[in-house]
Design a protein around this ligand. Structure first.
Ligand code: FE2
Length: 358
């Protein structure tokens, strides 16, 4: 069934100031601005900027008028992801199956048109206040009808696709959402990590990854687990006031170059804990990348039976401790950096403590 979901079409964020957010993602992460929709293009209620880097499309949307209900969304959650949109091969079939399996509809299939052609879209509700749009493009040449080509080049950093998108849900809700993704979208359980895999002396979480058969779509779903102190997942849910998207993992084929450029752009990454590189090579073994460079750039490394991966996480990208970005390069491994969880979580606990949320 999941063949009906072709790929992630775009990820839409609701933000307080889309103009400035677009500048941030363009200058910080190297995206090109490619399209725009707003009052000047006949859309008085919403302003959206579309950013692109290879296959990654981000849409940044602001409600410019005070009486738009999207302002309530912003007041509750702060800047964050509102829609993870899929391109689908058969809209009626995908949407019909999802709703029949229990998904709550946000909007029925409808055709959007402009002078360039038309695209059909339907939307369902997922965890928290996150939506999934289904987009059936046909031969439409632009981003979506209603958007105007408005190009402002960025300086690409080598990001080429979305690797995975992580959901944080409430305690004891993970299994429910795993089943929901299987029932409604045909995304099945790929791997699970329990609280023994993902814990420190103080905090813990559980995670199950659901994925499409071709692994083009991978959604880890996290829930907090009991620990001596507050799980980072609980901190997220309290700051977001709801379940939501915790991070977007963006893939590169050259993480040394990508991280060097992002650091030069001033992107703020979580620091690597003291002593990490004293033991990591014993754990991971041979990698093609220069070890000194990996260390100099503060990149994390992990491996499994199939190969290894390199990854690094930003600090939250807004003042609430909610959404962040991961940069990942895979060399055979299709896992998520289990070997780094402990090291990473010690760092996150230190940051939680500084925020008074541990
Ligand atoms: Fe991740």
């Amino acid at each position: 069934m999941s063949q009906s979901l072709k790929r992630i079409h775009h990820v839409e964020f609701v933000v307080g100031n889309a103009k400035q957010a677009a500048f941030f993602y363009r200058k910080g992460f190297g995206f090109d601005q490619v399209a725009y929709r707003g009052p000047e293009t006949g859309c008085p209620d919403r302003v959206s900027y579309v950013l692109k880097q290879e296959d990654v499309f981000l849409v940044l949307t602001t409600p410019p008028r005070h009486d738009d209900p999207l302002n309530t969304w912003l007041a509750l959650h702060g800047d964050g992801v509102r829609d993870v949109a899929f391109e689908v091969t058969d809209l009626d079939e995908t949407y019909g199956r999802a709703v029949a399996a229990g998904a709550v509809s946000h909007s029925d299939p409808a055709e959007l048109s402009d002078e360039q052609g038309s695209v059909s879209v339907a939307v369902i509700k997922a965890y928290g206040e996150v939506l999934h749009s289904f987009v059936k493009r046909g031969n439409y040449p632009g981003f979506l009808p209603g958007f105007e080509l408005r190009r402002l080049p960025g300086t690409p950093v080598g990001i080429n696709c979305i690797d995975h998108i992580v959901a944080n849900v409430e305690d004891r809700q993970m299994d429910r959402w795993v089943k929901w993704y299987d029932d409604t979208l045909g995304l099945s359980r790929f791997v699970s990590y329990d609280d023994k895999d993902i814990s420190t002396e103080f905090t813990a979480l559980r995670s199950t990854v659901v994925a499409s058969g071709d692994l083009n779509i991978k959604f880890p779903i996290n829930e907090p687990a009991d620990g001596r102190k507050k799980s980072q997942i609980q901190e997220y849910i309290e700051a977001n006031l709801a379940p939501g998207v915790q991070h977007l993992a963006l893939k590169t084929d050259n993480i040394l170059e990508t991280i060097a450029k992002l650091r030069a752009n001033g992107v703020d990454f979580l620091p690597v804990p003291d002593g990490y590189y004293d033991t990591v090579w014993d754990r991971v073994g041979e990698v093609a990348e220069d070890r000194d460079e990996v260390r100099r750039l503060g990149i994390l490394v992990d491996h499994d039976d199939d190969g290894y991966l390199l990854q690094l996480f930003t600090r939250p990208l807004q003042d609430r401790p909610t959404f962040s970005i991961e940069i990942i390069q895979r060399a055979g491994s299709e896992s998520f950096g289990k070997g780094n969880f402990k090291a990473l979580f010690v760092t996150i606990e230190q940051e939680q403590a500084l925020r008074g949320n541990l």
